[in-house]
Design a protein around this ligand. Structure first.
Ligand code: GLN
Length: 526
């Protein structure tokens, strides 16, 4: 197993995750099996209880791991399925070491950051790298992205573990890529000083960058590369320009042009290989039509819905349709806000804020024949809206929101759950798709598996009435309703699960494909 360590310099928010995923992609384009580990130096065990408005979306893995959104980027770019073990946090590492200490595993020793925490980190990296998460394997290389910025107190033990691994493994088994910022001064000149400082910080920790990826607004010229090369002791061709790309999926193409693949593989003692152009073909497809999708949400922050944005892009790209998103504030929603939209999407969420706006948007979509896709909370509110209007239950709602008639109720196994971390119905579960339905047309098979993250579900007592009133539950698992749809509507489909988490540029999620296609047809008046 070869390790590609990725560290960040100067500041966070440089797109280190996308750079790392893109590095993985250019290696995968050469036929290497690439997996990834993300290190998050916070004390939380996982991202499950973190506010998405601060940290971006909580991404859900196949095994139910609630993780940092970068893991989603790795899955999308590398077309692999990761597991919770691929997201290492300070919380997980310390918990494990403290558990071992209590068990007596270190009997007689003083338990310390070095070597106990660093050993634990190295072990966690190896276990994740070598575990076989199924499709996409076997793996020959593992990207290890160290979150945060070099110099942060939190990331010190992780960087020390990286230093030790670099020392223990043969030279050709590891490479260190440092992603840094190259800002421009007021005259438009590119400044290398922040990079010099962060490389010095790295050196103080005993780490030398083999490759520097400079993030900048404009491509980095030869003069700047020369300067970085001289100050940071690496060849000019190991200084890679990564100017902000119009589309993140095109970052691998930019890195290709810079010759990064050859520099990387040389470090890893591998012979030159030509790249396949499958990725290039997919991400460079020209658009022939354009649609606007309204997303009704309570957060104005786009990173909260990253996977939804990406899933729309994947579906759009494969249908040669450019999807632009109109963010609609659920709390201020009025039906005329949909006038400019070809379709409406109600995403997942928690809490009562904005609920009435979401229901109003679903009502408008249903009654005016506007294509609609509801996800998780969007599914639950589609059922509530239907019950309000067609079952004559004006106060139909979810038990999550207190007063009202609870057509959406708590999952039986969730009753009495008090811990909030990692206790929802999480991860992939099977679903049976009913033949002859829209869901069937989209998935084309009876047994599917999709990712979940919820505590509530359709109350089984209301299913017969809802169905008698025309709502079709086209995806189910025993008594659990997973997909609903309305026959005769141009496109009205909602899912209790989150199809966006399994969507890839190479394999768009079926509900998104159907939705984008319906929006496109609606627009064209086909
Ligand atoms: N809050 C709802 C539930 O827990 C929906 C969750 C979601 O949209 N992810 O069931």
């Amino acid at each position: 197993m070869k390790y590609i360590f990725i560290t960040g310099g100067v500041m966070s928010g440089l797109g280190k995750g996308i750079t790392a995923a893109s590095i993985g992609r250019i290696l995968k384009n050469r036929g290497y099996g690439v997996t990834a580990v993300k290190i998050d130096p916070y004390l939380n065990i996982d991202a499950g209880t973190m506010n998405p408005a601060q940290h971006g979306e909580v991404f859900v893995l196949k095994d139910g791991g609630e993780v940092d959104l970068d893991l989603g980027n790795y899955e999308r770019f590398l077309d692999i399925d990761l597991t919770s073990s691929h997201n290492i946090t300070t919380g997980k590492v310390y918990r494990s070491v403290i558990d071992k200490e209590r068990r007596g595993d270190y009997l007689g020793q003083t338990v310390q950051i070095i070597p106990h925490i660093t050993d634990e980190i190295k072990e966690a990296i190896r276990i994740a790298a070598e575990s076989d998460p199924g499709e996409g394997g076997p793996f020959e290389m593992c990207l290890v992205e160290v979150g945060g910025t070099v110099g942060d107190i939190e990331s010190m033990p992780f960087l020390e573990a990286v230093r030790q691994m670099r020392g223990e493994l043969p030279r050709s088994e590891t490479v260190l890529v440092h992603v840094t910022l190259i800002p421009e001064d007021t005259m438009g000149d590119m400044k290398t000083k922040p990079t010099q400082h962060s490389v010095r910080n790295l050196r103080e920790l005993g780490l030398n960058a083999d490759i520097i990826v400079g993030r900048s607004g404009m491509p980095i010229g030869a003069h700047t590369k020369k300067k970085i090369s001289a100050f940071c002791d690496l060849p000019e061709r190991a200084v890679i320009s990564a100017a902000t790309a119009p589309d993140t999926y095109k970052v691998p193409l930019e890195l290709e042009k810079e010759g990064l693949a050859d520099v990387l593989t040389e470090h890893l003692g591998l012979a030159h290989r030509d790249a396949s152009d499958e990725w290039y073909q997919i991400v460079s497809r020209e658009y022939t039509s354009r649609i606007k999708v309204g997303i009704v949400s309570k957060y104005g922050i786009e990173d909260v819905y990253l996977s939804i944005k990406e899933a729309l892009k994947h579906a759009g790209r494969s249908l040669a349709t450019e999807v632009s998103i109109i963010w609609l504030d659920a709390e201020k929603f009025e039906p005329h806000h949909l006038d400019d939209c070809d379709g409406v999407l109600v995403p997942g969420g928690f809490g009562i804020r904005g609920i009435e706006g979401k229901i109003a948007a679903i009502h408008a979509a249903r009654t005016k024949g506007i294509p609609f896709l509801g996800l998780c909370l969007g599914f639950q509110m589609a059922v509530a809206e239907y019950a309000r209007d067609l079952l004559g239950i004006p106060d139909a709602t979810s038990k999550e929101f207190g007063e009202g008639t609870h057509v959406i109720t708590i999952l039986p196994e969730q009753e009495g759950v008090t811990d909030l971390g990692g206790t929802m119905r999480l991860g992939e579960y099977p679903i049976t798709v009913r033949k002859g339905t829209l869901a069937w047309a989209l998935y084309g098979r009876e047994q599917i598996s999709e990712r979940h993250r919820h505590r509530y579900e359709v109350d089984p007592d209301y299913i017969p009435q809802l169905e008698a009133a025309g709502l079709v539950f086209s995806g189910t698992w025993n008594n659990r309703m997973e997909i609903c749809e309305i026959p005769g509507h141009p496109f009205f489909l909602a899912t209790q699960f989150h199809p966006e988490f399994r969507s890839r540029p190479t394999r768009p999620a079926p509900p998104f494909l159907g939705f984008v296609d319906a929006c496109r047809k609606q627009r064209k008046g086909v």
